[in-house]
Write a new protein. Sequence first.
Length: 387
Amino acid sequence: MVAEVYGPDEETRRQVAHDMEQMFIEAPGLVDVDTYMADANERWHFEVDTEKVTRLGVDVETINRNLDMAMGGYILGDAKRGRGLEPTHLVIELPLHVRSQLPRLHNLPIPTSAGGTVPLTELGHFVSLPEDPILYHKDLRPMEYVVGEMEGKLGAPIYGIMAVEDLLDHYTAPDGVSISGTMMGPPADDMTSGFEWSGEWVVTYETFRDMGLAFAAALVLIFILLVWEFGNFIHPAIIMAPIPLTLIGIIPGHWIMDAEFTATSMIGFIALAGIEVRNSILLVDFARNEVHRGTHHVEAVVTAGQIRMRPIWVTDLTMMAGAAAIILDPIFEGMAISLLFGPIVAVPLTMIVVPLGCISACNAFKADRPAEDDNNGYICEVENDGE
């Protein structure tokens, strides 16, 4: 998990990042906590004595070029090698034992305009200066990173986010504001301290958001097709009623297998929803055909359950057997659990919910065989063809 820290100035951002690093360390389940802030390294710079350089007839460009050649940063040219004639740079540099010691670099000969040479030490001296710190920007806004990894049974990033947010309840930033992470975008501005949750959380959020929208769109399209096929809204609602029942098996299945509900688990849930819709269609369509032949709607529904139970179970057992083959796969484990445990609960409940829904909504069968009679205490009654 990643926190992208924003703020009004570099000092404030770095202080907030250091404070959040400590909170990451204190949060349960978070390990390998770090920031991208590095201590400035020291580099040796050669400061030119302009008076001596002018007097000895040496220009600064010559000094820089000779230092580059000594340290290996000067490219003499390139050689074309291989079938692709890719260029290989030719560089010149002093041996490591020479260029790693300043006293030896002091004796580096520098050519003068008069044709002679002078030692480098006659033209200036080396000074140790800190390097400029690495500055991170995102969308042209300066920021700092605080990172960590989740471990253990509750390894999803949302648990680490909640733990850090609890610690932030008692925290005040150096600029005097209370901060809380944003989930779906950076803070509105950099006038005050703030941060955005990023990293695995973004992947998790975007994955489930996109798959959820796709699933919702699929449900709407399925419902439209069913309404077009059956000519009413009641039968499609009954057919799609078992879809949420699959979660009754999927969620305990993940708990039993000690597995996380991942994107592949969502894929399994979506696939299982389609299969359960197909099972419901088998029951409802068979019952409608029986009613069309003159069978009482209750008898038609019972007959549909008796005759269609075997093909429904054969389909789901075949799917469960295939899912069992990949349940040990680290990537597709979630999908296998959804397809294995979901039907165990969904199929029996489908065989109960769909018939009861058809019996309760008997008026929906009027389009198949319109008739009403209060005989035998039924709300709806279908006449035989001979009556």
